[in-house]
Design a protein. Structure first.
Length: 134
């Protein structure tokens, strides 16, 4: 709690201190406070708007707090910034989870196919498919 308070003070004094904002994100994430982590990572993305990893994390945090539209937007933003490599698989799996929770079977299937195309045979994709069977 003390570290969080300190980081809140630092980021209030210098709202463009990416490292302090990122530490705040990680502190909230470690404590399981995904709502605050989501708010903080949005601040981080305002400082570094072309960092796809921030949007991937943002999408995951939004999923944790059931903000499905925010999550979808974050994953799509990450894909628009970096539509190649392992980022594609991670973001497509995030989209698959969003669409699955929304009841969008076609969207879920399309996102899983895109993830599989980006990383054929990935154990992460297999795990998500198993998750959906439960």
């Amino acid at each position: 709690a003390r570290a969080t308070q300190h980081l809140e003070q630092v980021t209030t004094l210098d709202q463009n201190d990416f490292d302090a904002v990122w530490q705040l994100v990680r502190t909230h994430e470690r404590s399981g406070n995904y709502s605050e982590a989501f708010a903080s990572i949005k601040r981080a993305a305002n400082i570094r708007p072309f960092h796809p990893g921030l949007y991937t994390k943002m999408g995951l945090f939004a999923l944790e707090i059931d903000e499905l539209e925010e999550s979808e937007l974050a994953f799509l933003t990450a894909l628009s910034i970096s539509g190649r490599g392992p980022d594609v698989m991670a973001n497509q799996l995030g989209l698959a989870r969003v669409y699955y929770r929304s009841g969008d079977t076609a969207g879920t299937r399309k996102a899983l196919e895109a993830a599989e195309s980006a990383a054929p045979g990935s154990s992460d994709i297999k795990a998500v498919r198993e998750e959906f069977k439960r």
